[in-house]
Design a binder for this molecule. Structure first.
Ligand SMILES: C[S@@+](CC[C@H](N)C(=O)[O-])C[C@H]1O[C@@H](n2cnc3c(N)ncnc32)[C@H](O)[C@@H]1O
Length: 282
C-alpha cells in the first residue's frame, strides 16, 4: 500500500451517493472528512498554531483532485486529459509543430510500426497523452503515490468518453517507479525513454503552470530524493533508439551529460541521447 505523508487527508463535500466511489476506498488509512464549506474548513486549519496541512485530496462528483488549503482556496487540480485546453492542443498541434513529437520522431513512424515509448515521469500525463495522440504506444511510470491516485482517477473519467477509444488505449499504465520497471525489462525493450523530471521552476516567471506548482509542493511533501543518474542509466539500458529529456531552456543538462542532439522551443528544450553512440560516462 502506498505510504502518504500523514499531513494529507481526503475531503469531500458532495453527498456520498453522488461521489464516483467510496471515499474510504481511495487510500486505505488516509484521514477522511466530509465538509460542507471548504473555505471555512481552510480558515479553521490555518488558525491552528502550526498548520501542517497544506493540500488535501478533494473528492466531488467530478472525481478526485488536489486542493490547496488557503484563505481563498482555488479550485481542485485534476488530471484532465479531455479538458478544453488539452483538446485544443491535441487538435491544433501537428506532429511536426509539437516539439516533443518531433524529438521522438513521431512524424516518421508508420501505422504498422508505432514508436514505443516509456514515459518514465508521467506527472499530469499531458506529454504522455500528446505522444499517444500522435500514434505512439506509451508506457507510463509514476513514483508518487498521490500522483498515481490522481492519474488513476483521470484515466477513469477519460475512458468514459468515446473519443478516448481512438487514442487513449495506446496509453499503458505501469504505475511504478521508473528505474525499477525499466531495469526489469529486457534490454532495448522500448524505442524511446522520455524523461521530464522535476526541475525547480522560477516562481517569479509570469506563467508557471498551476499544475507544476501543485506538483512541486506536493512532491516536496513526499520527501522523495531525485534519482536522476539512476534514471538516466536505466533509460540507456532500456531504450533502443533514443532518450529524450525535457528541460527548461536555461537548465543544465541532466546529470551534466551533454546530449547528442537538441530541439529548442520558446521556454523548454529537448535533449536527445542516442544510446547507439559510444559514451564514456553516463
Ligand atoms: C515534471 S513532472 C512530469 C510532467 C509530465 N511530463 C506532464 O506532462 O505532466 C515529473 C513527474 O515525474 C515523477 N517522477 C520523478 N522521478 C520518477 C521516477 N524515478 N519514477 C517515476 N516517476 C518519477 C514525479 O513524481 C512527477 O510526477
Amino acid at each position: 500500500m502506498p505510504e502518504v505523508n500523514p499531513a494529507y487527508f481526503l475531503c469531500y463535500e458532495a453527498a456520498a451517493a453522488e461521489l464516483p466511489y467510496d471515499p474510504l476506498q481511495v487510500l486505505p488509512g488516509i484521514k477522511v472528512q466530509q465538509i460542507t464549506d471548504f473555505r471555512h474548513f481552510c480558515k479553521a486549519l490555518l488558525q491552528q498554531p502550526s498548520p501542517t496541512v497544506r493540500w488535501v485530496l478533494w473528492l466531488d462528483a467530478q472525481g478526485l483532485g488536489i486542493r490547496e488549503v488557503a484563505a481563498s482556496p482555488p479550485g481542485p487540480v485534476r488530471v484532465d486529459l479531455l479538458d478544453t485546453r488539452m483538446q485544443w492542443r491535441l487538435h491544433h498541434g501537428g506532429v511536426r509543430s509539437e516539439l516533443l513529437a518531433r524529438a521522438c520522431g513521431l512524424h516518421r513512424q508508420t501505422q504498422d510500426r508505432p514508436v514505443s515509448i516509456c514515459d518514465a515521469t508521467t506527472g499530469w500525463a499531458t506529454d504522455a497523452a500528446l505522444l499517444a495522440w500522435h500514434g505512439a504506444e506509451v508506457w507510463l511510470c509514476e513514483r508518487s503515490p498521490l500522483m498515481r491516485l490522481l492519474l488513476a482517477d483521470g484515466f477513469r473519467r477519460a475512458s468514459q468518453h468515446d473519443s478516448w477509444k481512438t487514442w487513449g488505449e495506446r496509453l499503458h499504465w505501469v504505475g511504478q517507479e521508473a528505474c525499477a520497471w525499466l531495469n526489469a525489462q529486457p534490454e532495448k525493450n522500448v524505442d524511446i525513454v522520455y524523461l521530464d523530471p522535476m526541475f525547480p521552476e522560477r516562481q517569479k516567471k509570469a506563467r508557471v503552470k498551476k499544475e507544476m506548482i501543485v506538483l512541486q509542493h506536493m512532491l516536496a511533501d513526499e520527501f522523495m530524493p531525485a534519482n536522476e543518474s539512476e534514471l538516466l542509466q536505466a533509460a540507456f539500458r532500456a531504450a533502443a533508439k533514443k532518450i529524450v529529456v525535457k528541460r527548461p531552456k536555461s537548465a543544465p543538462f541532466l546529470t551534466n551529460l551533454p546530449p547528442d542532439q537538441q530541439i529548442e522551443g520558446q521556454s523548454a528544450r529537448f535533449d536527445i541521447y542516442l544510446p547507439s553512440l559510444q559514451r564514456i560516462n553516463c
